[in-house]
Write a protein of this length. Structure first.
Length: 136
């Protein structure tokens, strides 16, 4: 579930709240999903959601945004910045108005008290976000 509250013309006044239901994570590999959801990593029995709430959105020009906010994962809250790009916007076939964004950020697993390591390549995780907002 995600809520996007936005003023289409004023990116700096946007608020973004994302709630991720961690037991629904699907990496397209059942055994990997089971391992990710276990207590070595996400521990979904104790922490079934992750949450991001923006504190500011900076328009960097040409459809690029820096979205700063707090990510809560594994019971730990840390400030992060998501580098985002507007993918497009316009009227949809149902009479609504939509805008789409993609974004990335990298987090260190240990910052969120996830101690399990599969080697140096697994210490940092890149999060890829794809968001579509509907004007209300």
């Amino acid at each position: 579930m995600a809520h996007l509250v936005m003023t289409l013309q004023m990116f700096q006044h946007q608020k973004l709240k994302l709630i991720l239901i961690l037991p629904k994570i699907n990496s397209n590999h059942a055994e990997r999903d089971k391992h990710l959801k276990g207590d070595d990593f996400l521990d979904v029995s104790a922490f079934n959601t992750a949450k991001f709430i923006s504190s500011s959105v900076t328009d960097k020009g040409n459809g690029n945004l820096a979205i700063a906010g707090t990510l809560t994962l594994h019971g730990v809250s840390k400030n992060i910045v998501i580098d985002a790009q507007k993918v497009g916007e316009g009227k949809d076939p149902w009479g609504g108005y939509r805008v789409g964004f993609s974004g990335t950020t990298t987090i260190a697993m240990t910052d969120f008290e996830i101690k399990k390591s599969l080697g140096p390549a697994s210490n940092n995780v890149q999060l890829d976000l794809y968001i579509e907002g509907i004007k209300k």
